[in-house]
Design a binder for this molecule. Structure first.
Ligand SMILES: C[S@@+](CC[C@H](N)C(=O)[O-])C[C@H]1O[C@@H](n2cnc3c(N)ncnc32)[C@H](O)[C@@H]1O
Length: 197
């Protein structure tokens, strides 16, 4: 089954699969990112919008969240739950993000990066849509090993969706135009951040 269909099929029950503990970890990670009030944030691979209320709270009424996903059923679930005047939904591919150059201050990508077919192209697109000095944050509420083992055990469309080793991730984001790249990979979280040069 193609990946888009895989996620669309899971859309209706996606939220029931996410444990409270995971939501708490994500909330803590978003708080730690200390997004500026008034900033424009892209939630790339938003899915059912798990991160949306956290991002909206962080950027405030003067900020904007743009939520993008390529699976229409996942987006439909997010749309059903969340409507704010400063929230915009777009159907689109991470490898060809439907935004202008330098459109956003922050790109946040939770639990989606390893699902993109061409990781280098997705990182380049994240860089293109970010303003200079803007930040990319690739996060997971689990370690790299946990995520990679999970995808291997799920099999099917996600069996090859792997987070590369730290040196490869560093190279992917460095070649895409980021500096100050840092990677934290511990049992309960994975977080790569970098600044667009
Ligand atoms: C594991 S889900 C995570 C969703 C959400 N960020 C969350 O934390 O619950 C991965 C999401 O990435 C989306 N996705 C996968 N490949 C994509 C691509 N090439 N472009 C845009 N979205 C993609 C899927 O449709 C899915 O909604």
């Amino acid at each position: 089954m193609p990946k888009k269909a895989y996620f669309d099929e899971k859309a209706a029950k996606w939220d029931t699969l996410i444990e409270d503990e995971v939501i708490l970890r994500l909330k803590n990670m978003v708080v730690e990112l200390a997004l500026s009030q008034g900033s424009k944030v892209l939630d790339l691979g938003t899915g059912t919008g798990v991160l949306i209320p956290m991002l909206i709270e962080a950027v405030g009424l003067s900020g904007t969240v743009v939520a993008i996903d390529f699976a229409p059923q996942m987006l439909a679930e997010a749309r059903k739950k969340y409507q704010w005047p400063n929230l915009e939904f777009l159907e689109g591919d991470a490898e060809d993000i439907p935004l202008a150059d330098q459109a956003v201050d922050e790109v946040v990508c939770n639990s989606a990066f390893p699902h993109f077919d061409d990781l280098r192209q997705a990182a380049k697109e994240m860089s293109r849509v970010l303003k200079r000095g803007g930040r990319v944050s690739v996060l997971h509420p689990h370690s790299r090993d946990y995520i990679n083992d999970l995808h291997a055990s799920l099999g099917g469309a996600v069996r090859n969706c792997m987070i590369p080793e730290a040196d490869v991730m560093h190279a992917i984001f460095s070649e895409a135009g980021f500096e100050n790249i840092s990677i934290e990979d511990v049992p309960q979280r994975y977080l790569l951040t970098g600044r667009k040069v």
